[in-house]
Structure formats: C-alpha cells, structure tokens
Design a protein around this ligand. Structure first.
Ligand SMILES: O=P(O)(O)OC[C@@H](O)[C@@H](O)c1c[nH]c2ccccc12
Length: 263
C-alpha cells in the first residue's frame, strides 16, 4: 500500500460492492424518504458574506487520534453546532477508520435545520445515490483518492442527485486538477498531510492565491481558535471545516460561538 488513503479506499471498494448487492438502488429498505436538499454551498456563501462560515464536523474518532469523543451523541452535537452559529454540518459515515455511521448522519440532520455533508471516501458514483437516500445535502470528492475519469463521474452523479460537491485538495497539483477537471466552485484545502498526518495552516495560505474569484475556498483541518480563523482571513479565507477541536469541548455551542466570533 502506497499510503493510508490507498488502504482506506481499497477497504471502501469492498464495502461498496457488498452494499450494492444488498440495496442496489442506494436506499436501504429501512430508510425513510429523505427531505429535500437544504442547499449546502448556498448556506456557506450566505454566511461567508457577513463573517465566518463554519462546517462543523461530527467525528467520533480518527486514524491519527483514535477515540476523540467518548460520550458521543450526534443529535445533541448537531443541535449544539446550530446553536453556536455553524452554517453546515459534516458527518463522518466511514466506519472502519473513523467509527462513523449512516445513522449518525440521519440523527444529526433530523436534530437541526443545517445542510449536511456526508464525509466519506467516495470511490463509486453509486455512493451519491446512497448519500442522498440517507439525507445528505453534499458529498466530498478527495482529489488525491481518484483518477480524473472517476472524479468527473462521481461529480456528475452528485449533480444528478442534487448534491453539492466539496472538492478536497492537498497541494498545487491537486488544486490544478480540481480547477480544470471539475465544475464545483466549492474547494477545500486540507491542511493535514496525508502521509505524515501533520497539520500546517500554511498549506491553505500557499494555495489560496490559486483560486479564481468565483470559487469558495474552505480551510480544512487543524483549526482550533478564533485566532486561526483571523489568520486565514488575511489570505481571503472565511470558510472553515472544523472537527476535533470542537468535538473535545464540554460546551459545544459556546465553543462554536467563540471560534466564530472571538471572546
Ligand atoms: O478534526 P480537524 O483537524 O478539525 O479536521 C476536520 C476535517 O478537516 C477532517 O476530519 C477531514 C478533512 N478531510 C477529510 C477526509 C476524510 C475524513 C476526514 C477528513
């Protein structure tokens, strides 16, 4: 295996093959029909006009940190994120590496009015049908995980299902692919190095200059304070994806408010 991402995606391919056999349409028989999409990108753009826009992540564990939150309650967390001023939610649905679950997305979305991105490793367009069936409003495309043809197909499937697409990049070459191959105007720079798991906010600062005016840039990973947001704003970035630092808080709503507004 070249790296952890390759390993995760190989596991995901097996998982998706099994799911496809058990519910080919993408809708698990026990899922109710989802309510209409809530407009993920639109919610971010609206909030970013007047200040900072936050995608608040519901993440129980990660490969690099292990268990992050023991008393894990996705519905309560979703409500607290909304109360604290988040624009959108991100919910991990990958089980083997992040201890995520579809039920967490369903519970979180039902507990608030925010649009939700399904945070998972998309390797097959079929997962877009599945994401919408569980209620997701957006999906993630990780450029590092996919060949051009595959990521273009997944983006097209997302559009067919009315899902917005957050495109994730780690470096200049991936940013170039995102800008030239894909249509989405929502691009996230992941500050976490996939090989070392180290986080460096300078990654976003380095890549921010590459994006045209009409792209909404999201700074992902390693943000833990209002000062971090203010620092990113100096590079023109006003939209953030934050997980771990908020997952560890006792008062999640207050911590979310503090992150966005300062003391
Ligand atoms: O917990 P952090 O450092 O605030 O990071 C959140 C988010 O950026 C991170 O969970 C993430 C970014 N891209 C991903 C892709 C898959 C799983 C997880 C992620």
């Amino acid at each position: 295996m070249a790296n952890k991402l390759d390993e995760i995606c190989a596991t995901k391919r097996d998982e998706v093959a099994a799911r496809k056999l058990s519910y080919p349409s993408g809708r698990r028989p026990d899922w109710a029909d989802p309510s209409p999409v809530r407009g993920f990108e639109a919610a971010l753009r609206t909030k970013a006009e007047g200040g900072f826009a936050l995608i608040a992540e519901i993440k129980k564990a990660s490969p690099s940190k292990g268990l992050i939150r023991a008393d894990f309650d996705p519905a309560a967390h979703a409500a607290a994120y909304q109360a604290g001023g988040a624009a959108c939610l991100s919910v991990l649905t990958d089980a083997p590496y992040f201890q995520g679950h579809e039920d967490y997305l369903i519970a979180a979305r039902a507990a608030c009015a925010l649009p939700v991105i399904r945070k998972d490793f998309m390797v097959d367009p079929w997962q877009c049908a599945e994401a919408r069936a569980m209620g997701a409003d957006a999906i993630l495309i990780i450029v590092a995980a996919l060949e051009d043809v595959a990521m273009v197909e997944i983006e097209a499937a997302a559009r067919e299902h009315d899902l917005d697409v957050l495109v994730e990049v780690h470096d200049e070459a991936e940013m170039e692919r995102a800008l030239t191959r894909l249509q989405s105007k929502l691009i996230g720079v992941n500050n976490r190095n996939l090989k070392t798991f180290e986080v460096d906010l300078a990654t976003t600062e380095r890549l921010a200059g590459m994006v045209p005016e009409d792209v909404l840039l999201v700074c992902e990973s390693g943000i833990s304070s209002h000062a971090d947001c203010v620092r990113m704003a100096q590079s023109g970035v006003r939209t953030f994806l934050v997980g771990e630092s908020l997952m560890r808080q006792a008062d999640v709503a207050a911590a979310t408010h503090l992150l966005l507004n300062g003391a």
